[in-house]
Ligand binder design. Structure first.
Ligand SMILES: [Zn+2]
Length: 317
């Protein structure tokens, strides 16, 4: 009998863990006055890019964390036990959507029944969305951060969601949004100008996987990749041969490695070109689906885009 007192609370705690205690969370979309509580608002983002965008909008009343660090491929990423705990404790969750976090969809869907879970791509204009045929299936390209203007729409979606949830912080967030998006506007102009400075016959971006479609759409650079939109897709010898032929015929100077995708296949392409008497170089490492180390310049969205721009222009000009 003495033990019962221990087991009942334990039983309830276990039930709560599996989502039976949803009463408190029922009205999670209701506005909250963040200033009335000392506890920081706990915001979790899936990718570091999204975390960085949120950090630029909120003040020190919020704590922002992200799940996927440098070198992590979001297409393949599965939530760990530690992630699940973080997500369960979060007040708000932001994710990319459009199936970028393909292996986390179920988890995010379940959490969305209990708390605000927002896809930052929800307000991308329909006429800007890129859709591709992949293995006979129509897939929307999730990599919107390669068009700085589209990324701005993601920042707006984040800001609007947080303003709805924390109306007392509206003024502060509005000022931060204006300041940050002015920087994004500057960056967009810079990328447009510098990509246009690459000789036209070299304005081709060859990478490991098809992440740069929005870069092509926004900045007029032809994009080719070994793998499809998601790194889940496989590639074969024919894909390598086709790319080798393309690079050799067009006499492309440089191709690029991505920080979150294995580099070996791109090295095979360099060798393949050599056999066709065309010297192509690895032009550097681009941050495609993951940013640099947190706390460094490349660990921010602005720094990541600058790094990619510098690497591309230096290698192809
Ligand atoms: Zn990708």
């Amino acid at each position: 009998m003495r033990r019962r007192g221990f087991f009942i609370p334990l039983f309830i705690a276990v039930l709560c863990l599996f989502g039976a205690c949803t009463e408190e969370k029922k009205n999670t979309n209701e506005a909250v006055d963040a200033s009335k509580s000392d506890k920081k608002v706990n915001i979790i983002a899936t990718t570091a890019m999204i975390g960085d965008a949120v950090e630029n909008i909120v003040g020190d009343w919020a704590e922002v964390k992200f799940l996927m660090g440098p070198g992590v491929d979001p297409h393949l990423y599965k939530a760990t036990q530690g992630d699940l705990k973080k997500l369960q404790n979060a007040d708000v969750i932001f994710y990319n959507g459009m199936y970028l976090e393909g292996k986390m969809e179920d988890v995010l869907e379940r959490l969305a029944k209990k708390k605000p879970v927002q896809a930052i791509t929800d307000n991308v204009p329909a006429n800007k969305k890129l859709s591709l045929d992949e293995d006979g299936k129509a897939v929307t390209d999730p990599h919107i951060w390669f068009d700085v203007e589209l990324w701005k729409s993601g920042v707006k979606t984040i800001t609007n969601k947080l303003m709805d949830l924390y109306p007392d912080k509206r003024k502060e967030m509005s000022a931060k949004y204006d300041k940050y998006t002015a920087q994004l506007d500057e960056l967009h102009k810079k990328v447009t100008k510098e990509i246009a400075s690459i000789p036209e016959d070299q304005r081709v971006l060859i990478t490991s996987h098809d992440a740069f479609g929005y870069f092509q759409q926004a900045y007029g650079m032809e994009v080719k990749a070994l793998q499809g939109l998601s790194t889940v897709t496989e590639f074969g010898l024919k894909d390598i041969t086709d790319l080798v032929n393309f690079i050799s015929e067009k006499k492309i100077k440089s191709i690029f490695i991505e920080s979150s995708v294995a580099s070996k296949p791109m090295e095979a392409i360099v060798q393949g070109c050599k056999k066709k008497n065309h010297e192509v170089k690895i032009g550097g490492v681009l941050y495609s689906d993951a940013m640099g180390e947190y706390g460094t310049k490349e660990g921010t969205y602005l720094g990541m885009v600058e790094h990619n721009l510098r690497t591309i222009v230096n290698a192809l000009k």
